[in-house]
Write a protein that binds this ligand. Sequence first.
Ligand code: 9UX
Length: 91
Amino acid sequence: MPTKKETLNIIGMTCASCADSIEKAIKKLNGIQSVNVNFASEKATILYDTNKVRISEIKQAIKNAGYTPLEADSEKKIDEEKMRRVKEMKT
Ligand code: 9UX
């Protein structure tokens, strides 16, 4: 059973219960072995069977629940965006 671990950043969580709703939404999918959504770090760590479910389906489930998933890779972009805004505020 090919298992993959994926970490997604999730935008739009405004209280800890949001993390719970996302966990439940993801767990409904086939092939999900474990889900952990961390409200504080805005990250979801998902362990899933690559034969049964695709990351795109997981993301879609998050979107359907009303949140915005991002690849962990895009984290750098977010940081750059934050930096840019901070710079703008200073000027
Ligand atoms: Mo908290 Mo999230 O009241 O969907 S559960 S904002």
